[in-house]
Structure formats: C-alpha cells, structure tokens
Design a protein. Structure first.
Length: 278
C-alpha cells in the first residue's frame, strides 16, 4: 500500500544516516580524511555529530521495523543528551569541554581538518545550528517511539529540514553565514551533515504517517500527489533558480540572502497548506 511505501522510504533514510555515521567514525579512527568529510575537499563531520546522526537514524529504523521499543528509545535519548550538552556549552560560553573530544583526540581533529574547513577554537564541537537540530531530532525520536504528538514530531522535523536546507543553500550560494560559520564562532554545519540531517528530518516526517498533518504525504487523493510530487519539484526548482541567479550577479547584502531563503521556505509551506486543504 501507499502507507507501506512511505514508511519504507522513511526506513531507507534512517539507514542512510546510520551508514554515514559509521563511515565518518571509521574515517576518524582509521585516519581517512575522505570518510571524515564524506564530500572531498569539504569540512569534516565532527565525531559527536556523526554519532548523533547515526543514533537518530537508528531510532528511525527501529520504529519503522518494529524493533523492541527500548532500542530506538535509548538511541533517541542519547541523541537528545548529545545535543543538550552541546547547547549548554554554547549557553555557558565554554571554550573547551572534554565532552567534545570523548571519541576523537583533539590533535586528530586539527590534523584531519580539510583545507576548506573554517577554523574553530572548539576542536571537536558541532556548530550551534547542528546542536539545535540534534536536540530537535532527539525529541522527535522520543515522540516517535512513544507514538504520541505526531503533529509536534512532524513540526520539529520540519524545523530540522529548514535548517539543513538553509545550510545547503549557503554552500551553493557561497554565503557562510547561512551554514552557521560567521554567526556561530566559526563553526559551520558541514555539507555532509546538512545532507544527513535533511534525510533524517524527512524520515521523521514520513515515519508512521497515519497521524498528524504530514498524513497528507500518504494520501491517495489529489492533495497527496501534490505533496509528494510538487513540493520536491518546487524545492529543486527554487534551489536551481537561486544558485543560478546568485552565481550570475554579485552577492547582495546578507538581509537579502536571508529574505530569499525565508521566501523559498514559505513557498513550500503554502503548497503544503494547499495540499492539506485538497
């Protein structure tokens, strides 16, 4: 059925996150820079970010495959813990914390860093925008495991998707502040992190689509077709249009860049509202 296919899609996205997390950690431990960044020449994925993304994928797969509830539950709780500790570090303006380097030695972080990676005084710490997404993924995962508040879980997933999309647009448009570099102490969201968190966010949005406003994606009626087909097409069309435009003309001021990104996301929201009404 259509519901089954949507759920399988969510499960596949969870496996992508697990594979990416495993690959990055293998890269750190085996000193393979390509695995650490996943995208040649780009910023490396922090070790704690990779673990959090992988655990988020594990919670998604565990629920969609009907594993014992404690497995995805523990995974989601660990995701929330990692994100919460990092957010607290930012709130307290902690310059360094052993928590950031539990998995990888600080010297290895600086040795493996790619040439294009923004410098940072917090060698193993994920960016603030990444930490925010990790917290939201942890909460969404717990709600998914408990089978409660589908609207809230899907709303959290939508925020995660928005942050990841804006980060990717920042890389495509060459605007560092959009992926968190200039704004957050020089620690930006790596391109691979943005891709993985977007995948997990979409997975949480589609998982168990029998409830909440995202149920429209699994609808066999016209609204479901609009949501499944036209929203992704609009996403791609707007992204291509923005990239082409910003590459041809000079970059405008930051406010204009953010305004374009926000208007782009509003277009998606309007189409989703239309699909839900239909």
């Amino acid at each position: 059925s259509l519901l089954t296919r949507v759920n399988l899609c969510a499960q596949a996205l969870g496996w992508v996150a697990i594979a990416a997390g495993f690959s990055v950690m293998a890269g750190w431990w085996l000193d393979v820079p390509l695995l650490v960044s996943l995208i040649p020449g780009q910023q490396e994925v922090r070790a704690n970010t990779a673990v959090a993304n992988g655990l988020a994928g594990l919670s998604l797969v565990g629920v969609t495959r009907c594993w014992p509830r404690w497995v995805p539950g523990v995974a989601a709780a660990l995701v929330l813990l990692i994100g919460t500790v990092t957010v607290i570090e930012y709130l307290l303006s902690t310059p360094w914390s052993g928590f950031d380097n539990l998995l990888v030695d600080p010297a290895d972080v600086m040795e493996t860093v790619s040439p294009n990676s923004p410098g940072t005084s917090n060698s193993g710490r994920m960016g603030a925008n990444v930490a925010l997404n990790v917290v939201l993924l942890g909460i969404a995962g717990i709600l998914l495991v408990l089978g409660r508040a589908p609207n809230s879980r899907q709303a959290l997933s939508a925020v995660v998707n928005s942050v990841a999309i804006i980060a990717l647009l920042g890389y495509l448009l060459g605007v560092p502040v959009l992926y968190g570099h200039t704004a957050f102490a020089g620690i930006g969201m790596a391109p691979a992190t943005a891709v993985v968190q977007l995948a997990v966010g979409i997975g949480f949005l589609l998982a168990l689509p029998q409830g909440g406003w995202a149920e429209v994606f699994a609808s066999p009626f016209a609204g479901g077709r609009i949501a499944r087909v036209w929203i992704p097409l609009t996403l791609v069309a707007n992204s291509v249009g923005l990239v082409v435009t910003m590459r041809v003309i000079e970059h405008p001021e930051l406010g204009e860049q953010l305004g374009v990104s926000v208007s782009f996301l509003l277009v998606i929201a309007v189409l989703l509202a239309l699909a839900t009404r239909m």
